[in-house]
Design a protein around this ligand. Structure first.
Ligand code: GLC
Length: 475
């Protein structure tokens, strides 16, 4: 009884922390976009509502029996990002519980912002709290969080790591310990309106940032002249948070300005190409991009785009299936491709993606690892690819005929995803989160017109020297 009470108290504590991390209300940040409906209406959706209900009932019954026999363990899993991800993950977890009646999983929806989620995890780890057993870990965090996570190779992951992209397994392996099981990968993409490109006489999406700027302006002018004053050329992520680090790394790297800090630990950000890339992005604010873009995360950009009010959007693959949902005004009217570069062919996509980690402080690491292995299995990754367009971390799935049919951009853009540019998290661990904060805060100052690209890159470089003690050099 006492244990149970402690458990309930623990959950309440997590709930309070999640709420605090969300600033009291995630709902206010999510746009009124049709994420939920799209998720349930997706074409290949396996479970109908009735099936889900039946499954839930069966799971509850089995769980009650297991609990009565005193065999059930309860796990808390924190996960999910923007769009339809949370709902779909909940459905998958229902299925897991049905198949594993001895494990009950409390699913807690983390904040959509990676930066805020990191804060929650850090707080929990620093308290060495057993309140969270397993969690979704960003591709940039293995180095920063390794000391708090178990080695999943000791819990059965060693048998499956060979099925995943080797680069992600390497990224997630810290001092020989696998601290995150690859769950889905991510890469920045350019979404573009095929109907509007045709209407304005363009036969291909832009290959350079200059082309994008000109095309976005021309389409915006045309649509406004026809009466749509809410129309914008280009939407992206401009708020001061991890997402801005991703966007800005794309502008800079695709302009020959390097990766902020190089893999061999040289601070390279103070260069003319990087400064020019930031100045160009600042010139978009209020011209081809809404002034409010400096407060946009992924979902705010998608809200403008999916309502049909933007010609171009920079976003992750998750926006694809939502945009193609039956209730989407732009269904069938857009495609995705690689982002532009300063020169044609210099394109860069920031490498994103999420892993599942198990807390070192968990009382049930075996059960938590079992959940991780199940969620990251080929079957479940395929379900996520088909229903919520999240990229598998298992190369074999890019040859899957059903995936090629439902989400053709996945096999088509495989080279973009496998060549994606990594943020400097390995070189700067365990300080990456601070590195990124210094970077996006300064970039934000450029976007809001408070400083120039040149001053920003000097500032970032000086702050990074103080923090990391690395040498500076050319990219
Ligand atoms: C996506 C990426 C993740 C990145 C985040 C930034 O979720 O997968 O790696 O940190 O966006 O907003």
């Amino acid at each position: 009884m006492k244990r149970r009470l402690m458990g309930v108290l623990g959950l309440l504590l997590i709930a309070a922390m999640v709420l605090a991390a969300c600033g009291g209300g995630q709902a206010t940040e999510a746009p009124a976009a049709p994420a939920t409906e799209a998720a349930t209406e997706a074409p290949t959706e396996a479970a109908t509502e009735a099936e889900t209900e039946a499954a839930t009932e069966a799971a509850t019954e089995a769980a009650t029996e297991a609990a009565a026999a005193g065999e059930q363990v309860t796990l808390t899993f924190v996960g999910a990002g923007p769009g339809a991800e949370a709902n779909f993950t909940k459905q998958q977890i229902e299925q897991f519980m049905q198949e594993n009646p001895d494990i009950k999983v409390n699913f807690i929806e983390g904040h959509v912002s990676a930066t805020d989620r990191y804060g929650l995890y850090l707080q929990t780890f620093q308290a060495q709290s057993a309140d969270i057993d397993a969690m979704q870990i960003d591709v940039i965090w293995p180095g920063d969080l390794a000391e708090h996570l178990v080695d999943l190779n000791e819990y059965g992951a060693a048998d499956v790591t060979g099925d995943h992209f080797p680069a992600i397994v390497t990224n997630n392996t810290v001092d020989g310990r696998l601290v995150g099981l690859p769950w889905f990968t991510d890469g920045g993409l350019l979404y573009y309106r095929t109907d509007l490109l045709e209407k304005y006489g363009y036969d291909a999406p832009p290959a350079t940032w200059a082309e994008l700027t000109a095309m976005a302006q021309a389409i915006q002018d045309g649509e406004r002249a026809e009466g749509n004053q809410d129309f914008w050329g280009f939407v992206w992520q401009g708020k001061a948070y991890e997402g801005l680090t991703c966007d800005a790394l794309e502008w800079i790297y695709s302009s020959g300005g390097g990766t902020i800090v190089s893999p061999d630990k040289i601070i390279t950000i103070d260069n003319e190409s990087a400064a020019a890339a930031l100045d160009l992005a600042a010139s978009w604010v209020g011209t081809i991009s809404p002034p409010g873009v400096t407060g946009f995360q992924e979902e705010e950009a998608r809200a403008v785009w999916q309502s049909g009010n933007a010609a171009f959007m920079r976003n992750w693959p998750y926006s694809y299936s939502l945009g193609q949902g039956d209730d989407s005004p732009i269904k069938g009217l857009f495609d995705v491709t690689s982002l532009p570069g300063a020169e044609a062919g210099q394109s860069a996509a920031t490498l994103g993606g999420w892993q599942i980690g198990v807390s070192k402080y968990s009382k049930n690491p075996e059960a938590a690892a079992k959940l991780a292995l199940w969620l990251a299995s080929a079957e479940q990754q395929k379900a996520r690819a088909l229903n919520i367009s999240l990229l598998p971390t298992i190369p074999a799935l890019y040859d899957d005929a059903e995936i090629a049919e439902v989400v053709p951009f996945m096999p088509n853009l495989l080279n973009v995803f496998t060549n994606a540019v990594a943020r400097p998290s390995t070189a700067t661990a365990p300080n990456y989160n601070e590195v990124s904060t210094i970077f996006f805060s300064n970039v934000s100052e450029v976007l809001t017109g408070n400083t120039s690209g040149e001053d920003a890159v000097i500032n970032i470089s000086l702050d990074l020297e103080d923090l990391l003690g690395f040498e500076t050099g050319a990219p």
